[in-house]
Design a binder for this molecule. Structure first.
Ligand SMILES: [Zn+2]
Length: 492
């Protein structure tokens, strides 16, 4: 797929012409005089202009066609406006058998803002993300013709600058699609070993480092949490270590940690059957981290980043851990396992302990951690827990820009007594109230007090019940664009 920004009109199978509504009047965003008269004419005769098709040859077959699409402004966010416009084009083109398309923005003077390169990068992003569907197991879908070229027409900006921005956003979008593929893959396909093998394949292709620790090495490291969760499974656990360090980049790394539960039954504290299939997505944090590592490698971002992914499934069996068990984590902290379905924090705490060896500048962990966070924020925002105000502000800003939004939840010390155990150093659940926060408080025990750290609970936005704009149902790949944008702020 080739996406190019240019000021020259080019022939294409389908021309997408954008318009928008201003004070109850439709305004065309194209400067072509022919289109203007056509548009005024159909504007008077048609009920709906959005998606209206016109065939200049009058045959309505495979010749060049024109499709009108409405640009629908998202208040105060031009990037998201253009991202959604890119998605509108992807959707309108889905039923067409076309190989080339153009998007006409040759007249933007009527918008009350000055066009920026990032608008078109967002447009390409919305188009690529909106084109994705999970079709691995659908035989017929894979035979369809695919669009080969998309031309974006606009003469207000330098083509060179915009094309460079588009190239980066497309690379990042493909990394997000890679993350979605990981989330959408069912548990019988994506075992911990398979997750590791896909991460290592990506690392080889895009030239970053990938090391996979096996069960014996995990035992040697005394990762008691990861081993306890894995006890009921026939699949061995893995601990994936990724590293992106371009030449000449110095200083402490940023460490990203992602929860990699490839399927979560809840274990002995088994979940209800309804909706359990969605639990193939319980490695959404791992997918975000692996996808981000791929993205920053593709765009060769000059920042040192480590990605850590502890991975296992969580199964009930004769050998599974039981409620009441007491385990010892890698940090030496003892944990009373009150509920085996609160397994994410048990594998994350070992990864957070492992992260210490890098003396990181920042640690950010992402996890589909609690249903409580979904109750609080739904699927439109992830819960952000941190004691570092500056990090909080930077992440919130990156979230607004990418529309992978995060929203703060407090880590007040007054919540800590909820995870006090009578028999161990800490308990893995804290009762019904503030469930997202007590999970955060649990993780905080495994991070040094002076360490800059953020925990992002992505249980809501990582896996969608229905299509949401350019995000299809199922795995959203949430976190890839958020983290990549955050890491850009670390470029010195
Ligand atoms: Zn669970």
């Amino acid at each position: 797929m080739n996406i190019k920004f240019t000021s020259k009109h080019k022939p294409a199978d389908t021309h997408f012409i954008f318009f928008f509504k201003q004070k109850e009047e439709f305004q065309l965003l194209s400067s072509s005089p022919d289109l203007f008269s056509l548009f005024s004419h159909i504007n008077k005769t048609e009920d709906s202009l959005d998606g209206f098709r016109f065939y200049p040859d009058g045959k309505g077959k495979t010749a060049e066609r024109i499709i009108f699409l409405e640009l629908k402004p998202v208040k105060g966010n031009w990037n998201e406006t253009f991202r959604r416009a890119g998605n509108a084009l992807a959707k309108a083109g889905r039923s067409l058998s076309h190989l080339s398309a153009s998007a006409d923005f040759s007249n933007l003077t009527q918008l009350d803002a000055k066009p920026e390169a990032s608008w078109f990068a967002s447009f390409a992003e919305g188009f690529v993300l909106g084109s994705y569907q999970y079709t691995t197991y659908k035989k017929d879908e894979n035979k369809k013709k695919k669009l080969r070229e998309l031309i974006i027409l606009c003469n207000e900006l330098s083509g060179k600058t915009v094309n460079a921005a588009i190239e980066e956003s497309v690379a990042i979008s493909f990394s997000q699609i890679f993350a979605r593929e990981l989330v959408n893959a069912p548990g019988n396909e994506l075992t911990p070993a398979e997750l590791a093998s896909r991460a290592s394949k990506s690392a080889k292709e895009f030239e970053y480092k990938c090391t996979v620790l096996n069960k014996k090495q995990i035992k040697d490291l005394k990762m008691g949490g990861l081993l306890a969760v894995n006890k009921g499974s026939v699949n061995e656990p893995v601990f994936i270590i990724l590293e992106h360090k371009p030449k000449g980049v110095k200083g402490k790394p940023v460490v990203l940690v992602g929860k990699g539960i490839t399927f979560d039954t809840g274990g002995i504290s088994i979940k209800p059957s309804a909706g359990m299939g969605d639990m193939k997505g319980d490695m959404g944090g791992a997918a975000a981290v692996i996808g981000t590592m791929e993205a920053i490698a593709r765009i060769n971002l000059p920042v040192h980043v480590i990605g850590l992914v502890p991975s296992t499934d969580n199964m009930p069996s004769g050998s599974a851990q039981c409620p009441g068990d007491i385990i010892t984590s890698m940090a030496g902290i003892t944990i009373e396992v009150d509920n085996t379905d609160a397994e994410g924090r048990l594998i994350l705490c070992d990864a957070l302990e492992y992260a210490k060896r890098y003396k990181p500048e920042v640690i950010i962990d992402l996890a589909t951690l609690t249903g409580a966070c979904v109750v609080a924020l739904g699927d439109k925002a992830a819960g952000l827990m941190t004691t570092d105000d500056e990090l909080s502000q930077t992440l919130i800003l990156a979230g607004t820009k990418t529309y992978e939004r995060v929203w703060p939840l407090p880590l007040f010390d007054e919540y800590a007594p909820q995870i006090k155990s009578d028999v161990a150093d800490v308990k893995n659940v804290g009762g019904r109230y503030a469930g997202a926060i007590t999970a955060g408080k649990f993780l905080q025990k495994f991070v040094d007090a002076d360490q800059s750290w953020a925990h992002i609970d992505i249980a809501g936005p990582a896996f969608l019940d229905s299509q949401d704009q350019y995000l299809s149902k199922g795995g959203s790949g949430f976190g890839v664009r958020l983290l990549t944008d955050y890491l850009r702020t670390k470029v010195k």
